[in-house]
Ligand binder design. Structure first.
Ligand code: 5GP
Ligand code: ZN
Length: 130
């Protein structure tokens, strides 16, 4: 069984900071920064793409509520909110979750980098994606 399903069921311990009928939030075991939290739908679904819209709405409401709480209580300067989809994007647990990563400085342990790529044809990409 998937590790987050086991956590939801209480078979594996986790530090729970929020829970309701459909959503659970736990501290990430790796704590990239202090307060690093995972917001998880209790029902197994693989990732951001597969989560049904009503549940997604609630996951994001909880994520926003907790992001505010974490910012207030940790005095973080900022927050990264992200969800990895598939291994190529860094997903290691195949049960949808949203990371809340409080940011204390640009030099803290969370490194998210947008390198410059070759120039792109924005009109062509726009046509593809409209
Ligand atoms: P992903 O790489 O899929 O975006 O994120 C998975 C996250 O789950 C990682 O940041 C990892 O530290 C966390 N994680 C993996 N196993 C456990 C666990 O057993 N307990 C908790 N609390 N977090 C876990
Ligand atoms: Zn699961």
């Amino acid at each position: 069984m998937c590790i987050f399903c086991s956590i939801v069921k209480g078979e594996i311990p986790a530090t729970r900071i929020y829970e309701d009928d459909t959503v659970l939030a736990i501290l990430d075991i790796s704590q990239v920064t202090k307060g690093h939290t995972l917001v998880i739908p209790k029902q197994h679904t693989e990732n951001f793409m597969s989560c049904e819209p009503e549940l997604m709405k609630h996951v994001m409401e909880v994520a926003q509520m907790l992001a505010k709480r974490i910012m207030e209580r940790t005095h973080a300067e900022g927050m990264n909110v992200l969800s990895n989809i598939h291994e190529v994007a860094g997903q290691s647990v195949m049960h949808f979750h949203v990371h809340l990563i409080p940011r204390y400085s640009e030099q803290d342990a969370c490194v998210i980098r947008f390198d410059k790529s070759d120039p792109q044809d924005l009109d062509a990409i726009g046509t593809l994606l409209k």
